[in-house]
Write a protein that binds this ligand. Structure first.
Ligand code: SF4
Ligand code: SF4
Length: 309
């Protein structure tokens, strides 16, 4: 059961990317990390992605969480390039962690909305678009298909929209829910106020609070990168709410060590950018799922990260 995994305090969650709609990559990531011992996976809320994750599990035990967002949440946006403004410098291509920009074109299915391309573009050629899909249309088929958790990314400034979507999810789903938020758009007080409002009518220990330090900032394996993830978890911990605490947003192999040093009683750690980066050269191989030697080498790397919890 997912609840038991969270109660153990050793829940490693692989974030495949809320916006990652590359089914083959998700299948490979889930196959690899589930073979390495991970049992919890964060996925884009699309039927084909849930199917890909189930294929990747290959019968192993695994809990699937689908992520939906509110307007303005970076996890659900997609980069796009204005060719009138683009100089063709390729800086965005070089920095994209998903390797999803080719010849100044964004392959939307793989874009996770991290914004690194936007930061390096000196010509203002990059902007973002968001799909505003109806939650009912997205979630009902997935609940029917079989999922273990729904996560609402509530990082925009529109608290009303976050609460409206949260209430709807509460109506249609009775399992474990997860709130993904951050201090970026909200002050510490506002972030806690939002979390308190979202959890006030929920039974104790049925909600995960995944408060991102710096969303999608992982990549480097040092203490500085993971400092905000630990600091944000401490804010949630100090509020003494009956919730599960999941560290995220800049997580890496140092996160557990730093959190333990700081006295954080976390239930789990969600790792996306860093977990994907350390195995990317294997995952990119066309023969990844067939080549046992390559697959096993990648599994050993993933195991080291999982065991850092
Ligand atoms: S960084 Fe900007 S100008 Fe350079 S290739 Fe990308 S979109 Fe074009
Ligand atoms: S850098 Fe980030 S936002 Fe830009 S295309 Fe790549 S994944 Fe998307």
């Amino acid at each position: 059961m997912l609840k038991e995994l969270l109660d153990s305090g050793k829940c490693f969650k692989l974030v495949c990317g809320a916006g990652n709609e590359d089914a083959l990559e998700v299948e490979k990531l889930v196959a690899l990390y589930s073979a390495a011992g991970c049992k919890f996976f964060d996925l884009s809320a699309k039927p084909e992605i849930v199917d890909a994750a189930k294929r990747g599990l290959q019968g192993r035990e695994g809990y699937l969480c689908v992520s939906v967002g509110i307007k303005g949440d970076p996890h659900i946006r997609k980069a796009q390039i204005d060719y009138e403004k683009c100089s063709g410098c390729h800086k965005c291509e070089e920095i994209c962690p998903q390797k999803t920009i080719k010849h100044c074109k964004v392959l939307a299915a793989r874009c996770i909305g991290c914004g690194r391309c936007f930061s390096v573009c000196k010509h203002g050629a990059i902007s973002f678009r968001e799909e505003n899909l109806d939650l009912k249309e997205i979630l009902l088929p997935l609940i029917e298909k079989g999922i273990d958790c729904i996560e609402l990314h509530a990082m925009g400034e529109n608290i009303e929209e976050a609460l409206e979507k949260w209430n709807y999810i509460n109506e249609i789903y009775s399992g474990i829910l997860s709130i993904c938020t951050a201090r970026g758009h909200l002050s510490e007080e506002k972030m806690l106020e939002l979390i308190k409002k979202m959890t006030e009518n929920r039974k104790p220990c049925t909600t995960i609070v995944q408060a991102d330090g710096f969303p999608m900032s992982g990549g480097k394996d040092d203490y500085k990168t993971t400092l905000q993830a630990v600091a944000t978890a401490e804010i949630v911990q100090n509020a003494k709410l009956p919730v599960y605490i999941m560290l995220s947003g800049g997580t890496n192999s140092k996160t557990a060590e730093l959190a333990n040093m700081c006295g954080i009683n976390y239930n789990g750690i969600a790792i996306g950018s860093f977990a994907r980066k350390i195995v990317s050269k294997y995952i990119e191989r066309e023969d990844f799922l067939r080549n046992k030697y390559v697959f096993d080498e990648a599994v050993n790397i993933a195991k080291t990260l999982i065991q850092s919890l």
